[in-house]
Design a protein around this ligand. Sequence first.
Ligand code: AQP
Length: 341
Amino acid sequence: MAEASFTPRVFSGIQPSGGLTLGNYLGAMKRFVEMQDRGEFETIYCMVDLHAITVWQDPEKLRRATRELCAGFIAAGIDPERSILFNQSQVPEHAQLGWIFNCVARMGWMQRMTQFKDKAGKNAQNASLGLFAYPALMAADILAYHATHVPVGEDQKQHLELTRDIAIKFNNDFGVDFFPVTEPVIEGAATRVMSLRDGSKKMSKSDPSDMSRINMTDDADAIAQKIRKARTDPEALPSEAKGLEDRAEARNLVNIYAALADQSVDQVLADVGGKQFSEFKPMLSDLAVAKLSPISGEMARLMEDQTEIDRILGRGAERAQEIAAPILEKTYDIVGMVRSR
Ligand code: AQP
């Protein structure tokens, strides 16, 4: 079988399951912009609303969060002309290919997914079937575009491995070289931004404590207050990254600083090593406000014209479907579905 060659293409998504956090921005969105601007890839970015409803979402809040996320993408630097920007439910090929992959993925693979265990908690019997099948739909999101690269945060690594397993099993089962084995792109200082209240938990939109996260819509006072109250330890900052081992909260704040400043952790520590948190925290607040307030200001401005946001999402969905529809058709053909229309 000849090795297929695939167009270098990036796909990634964010759930409109609440407001955007600094974790989503540094772990995902900022890097989406970098990949767009490198010009080496076709870039496709999605508001994954079908994923969001795997846990309960209030319909009005979901609609607002989807539009706000679209505004966030654009405010952060995604150009809806250069990239394809759309919401998942407007392109039915995601759910259609997701079904095929439900029939490729094995129960045992899904049962190993740590995110399901974390999100379902102790009451797994009461979790939705969609939450369990989430990684198969995520594989469909990616493979419906034959995406070759997927920038994500560290928490999505296991799901990306499952996407690769699904592609390989499909190709083997049907004796084809049709789906690419996608590369995860997990890089930078902030692939795992942690909660400001607990250095062992990731910063998350759905954490019940608002003090645990910085929201992209927080104003300067809220950002400063959250950083001032962030949990730390009594030691001064070290001069090298090695000195942050076993200091989860300190490491988190330094990682955030490095990612916002586009510096390495060692570069940051060369400047701030020896300082107490009472001195470092205001530096971090100032940097966070300087980097985030232009984005939140632009998001608010874009949200004033929701008709324009809906137009962008509609146009993005048309462009996405132009790529995904023939890939789905070919998949149905490989699987043996009669297509007579
Ligand atoms: N704390 C984080 N640090 C680095 N990257 C992160 N991402 C999320 N949180 C962090 C990355 O953001 C992208 C979109 O994530 P998502 O919205 O699809 O889902 P999630 O990972 O489940 O994010 P949340 O904020 O924790 O949402 P909820 O609370 O609804 O579950 C992904 O690339 C992710 O890696």
